[in-house]
Design a protein around this ligand. Structure first.
Ligand code: PHE
Length: 340
């Protein structure tokens, strides 16, 4: 009776093992037949009931069947593992000899590029490149620059005032003051940076933009020196001969003061939104440093004088690349910036 059951089990379980289609199915069969509560364990429990003279023989048979099924199961499980490994190798291989994807080539923001070029130019002319704070004192932004409390530039409409009485600098000119304070005369400096005005934004106005300031303090500095440096700078910047025009301009910190215009490179002077149909683009303000400005910073205007300019880097980038809307530059749209 037990013998027949064992032989039958050996055959049927053997067949099920052989036919198992997956590792999981095979494991199911193993648990059913060979597991702790499986059929074989059940039979082995009942061995106590067989006649004593049959016990050794049947016990041996039981062990043989068990061993054979275990071996068959292990072997089959091994084949499943092997097949799984082969499938993974097939699916997951990589060719280490292939060239790896190159990171895309990026570039600096067009304003940064122009800033770097102008810095390089002035460094080659013996100028120091200075940095100043974007949050400025009223003194450095206005008072020390001979801008009286009644000047329109102080109007709350133009300036972002902070609760503590400081402000977001409205131009890079306060770095003139910091340069004079820190370095004294003779002085050759440029100071690029971000400036802020409480403007309503349109195609040619931003509340946040970039300027570069330049200043020389020395003996017997003249307007001729100033014009020479401005021409040198603009030729370098535009990499071509540019037409400029000087108009009298009022800035409290220079006397005489000028507005320097460049013939619009976008429309060639015919008129377009960037030049507001005038054919000229106001490029920079400049002039000879006002004696009051020197005096405020402890420099004797009877010995020293100088020139200064302030140039809009943002507008420059627009002219160089033919951009007709200032908002594009700081808009953060890479599809735009990647073209430059
Ligand atoms: N700070 C002036 C402006 O922002 C520009 C300027 C600088 C003019 C230096 C003259 C001299 O408009």
């Amino acid at each position: 009776m037990v013998e027949a059951t064992l032989n039958e089990l050996a055959a049927s379980a053997g067949a099920r093992i052989e036919q198992a289609g997956s590792s999981e199915e095979l494991e199911q069969v193993r648990i059913e037949v060979l597991g702790r509560k499986g059929v074989l364990a059940q039979i082995s429990k009942e061995m106590g009931k067989v006649l004593p003279q049959d016990r050794a023989r049947l016990g041996k048979l039981l062990n043989e069947v068990k061993q054979r099924l275990e071996q068959a199961s292990d072997a089959k499980q091994g084949r499943f593992a092997e097949a799984a490994m082969r499938a993974r190798l097939e699916a997951e291989w990589i060719d280490l000899t292939l060239p790896c994807p190159q990171p895309p080539v990026r570039h600096l923001h067009p304003i940064t590029q122009i800033q770097d070029e102008i810095e390089d130019l002035f460094v080659s002319l013996g100028f120091a490149v200075l940095d100043g704070p974007e949050v400025e004192t009223e003194y450095h932004n206005f008072d020390a620059l001979n801008i009286p409390a009644t000047h329109p530039a102080r109007d709350a409409q133009d300036t972002f005032w902070l609760d503590d009485g400081n402000l977001l600098r409205t131009h890079t000119s306060p770095v003139q003051v910091r340069g004079m304070e820190r370095l004294g005369p003779p002085l050759r400096m440029v100071a690029p940076g971000r400036v802020f005005r409480n403007e309503s934004v349109d195609a040619s106005h931003e509340h946040t933009f970039y300027q570069i300031e330049g200043m020389v303090v020395d003996r017997e500095v003249s307007v001729a020196h100033l014009i020479y440096f401005m021409k040198t700078m603009l030729t370098e910047i535009f990499r071509q001969e540019v037409t400029v025009r000087l108009r009298p301009g009022y800035f409290p910190f220079v006397e005489p003061g000028f507005e320097l215009d460049v013939r619009c490179l976008l429309c060639g002077g015919d008129g377009c939104p960037v030049c507001k149909q005038s054919g000229w683009v106001e490029q920079l303000g400049c002039g000879l440093v006002h004696p009051n400005v020197l005096r405020s910073s402890g420099i004797d205007p009877d010995i020293w004088n100088g020139w200064a300019f302030g140039l809009g880097l943002t507008r420059l980038a627009m002219m160089r690349y033919g951009i007709d809307d200032i908002r594009l530059l700081q808009g953060g749209d890479l599809r735009f910036l990647e073209q430059l």
